[in-house]
Design a protein. Structure first.
Length: 135
């Protein structure tokens, strides 16, 4: 169980820093603005991405956030990473910029899988109760 928590927290911190913190700190730079423009997206899309990535990063890193909210955050990150891969492939062809979101997606999947692995002992079926109440 300790190994599972270490893997979960390491993967989750990488996603939090890469997808939640870094966009908030770098979205205003000329490189970020030009990157969005190069892919054919309007500037307001960059702002929306930063807002939702920051909120998603907080959702997956804060332990008190309900599981259902975390699920939506993981889904949102998955969609943005797949979209980044497709966007780079469509505009620039297959290359490093196309593969990098796939690598981050793998880390995201690792975080997601280990989140559920460490949550499993807390579920009612794991403790032997069915969750039903007799009247």
């Amino acid at each position: 169980m300790k190994k599972d928590k270490i893997i979960y927290w390491a993967a989750t911190w990488i996603i939090f820093l890469w997808e939640g913190v870094m966009p908030a700190l770098t979205s205003h730079t000329e490189l970020a603005v030009e990157g969005i423009r190069h892919l054919g997206y309007p500037d307001y899309f960059r702002v929306l991405l930063v807002i939702f990535k920051t909120l998603g990063g907080l959702a997956i890193i804060l332990p008190m956030v309900p599981t259902r909210i975390k699920e939506w955050a993981y889904t949102g990150f998955g969609i943005t990473l797949i979209s980044a891969c497709v966007s780079h492939w469509a505009v620039d062809g297959f290359g490093g910029q196309t593969l990098f979101p796939v690598i981050i997606f793998g880390i995201l999947a690792l975080s997601y899988l280990y989140y559920h692995r460490i949550q499993l002992p807390k579920s009612p079926s794991a403790t032997g109760t069915t969750g039903t109440t007799k009247i």
